[in-house]
Ligand binder design. Structure first.
Ligand SMILES: [Zn+2]
Ligand SMILES: [Zn+2]
Length: 217
């Protein structure tokens, strides 16, 4: 036995008796002879029946309010459903980083991180995202060029038409296959818009007619 005197002192004077007290799910049974960070380590019994040893500091500060079974239960998402995924089994130890094997509604199986399921980031094997794919013809997304949505920072009200920086003119541009083409500067935004429309016809029409001839699902 090392330092019996010291132990005796500690037992007698230096700690508050916590036995019988309840902290969260834990009921303190008795003091142990262990010390942690200068405080007594207590033997506690959890509501689930498991016994754990925790220091006074851990108990008082509320670091631990159960043996860990509550956290473990929330980490165990077996059989839970997230979007189209039903969780089958953990591939690693339970935790935030656990990879779970999931069964997707579509029949595929996939492995997803716990946090991606919890935060809703992953809700299918990937088949959900494939529901409305962009149709790519010759490297151009048809839905984007067909779209009539005007960017919120657009000041002209027409796609591809913007005010020139150094003059009162309007410039027209078009982006095609990742490349921007300057169509010229115009006195009015309507004229710029016309130029843009002509360019759309020139660049996009062949693609759109190809697209219109594609088999639709
Ligand atoms: Zn417990
Ligand atoms: Zn799927």
């Amino acid at each position: 036995m090392k330092s019996t005197t010291r132990k005796k002192n500690v037992t007698k004077c230096h700690y508050l008796d916590l036995s019988g007290q309840v902290f969260g799910e834990l009921c303190v049974k008795r003091a142990t002879e262990e010390r942690k960070e200068g405080t007594v380590v207590w033997l506690c019994e959890c509501s689930c029946g498991k016994q754990v040893k925790l220091s006074r500091r851990q108990l008082i500060r509320g670091y631990r309010v159960d043996c860990g079974h509550i956290k473990l239960a929330s980490l165990n998402i077996r059989q839970q459903v997230f979007g189209k995924l039903k969780v089958i089994q953990p591939m690693t130890e339970l935790g935030n980083q656990t990879k779970w094997l999931c069964q997707c509604d579509c029949g595929n199986q996939t492995i997803v991180y716990y946090y991606n399921l919890r935060n809703g980031h992953t809700q299918s094997c990937g088949c959900l995202k494939a529901v409305s794919p962009l149709t790519i013809v010759n490297g151009t997304a048809i839905e984007l060029i067909k779209s009539t949505t005007v960017n919120s920072n657009n000041t002209s009200g027409f796609r591809g038409v913007s005010r020139c920086h150094n003059s009162s003119k309007w410039r027209a541009d078009i982006t095609f296959k990742g490349e921007q083409f300057h169509l010229g500067n115009f006195e009015t935004r309507e004229a710029a818009h016309e130029a843009r429309q002509a360019a759309e016809k020139h660049f996009y029409s062949p693609l759109l007619s190809q697209y219109d001839n594609l088999p639709k699902f």
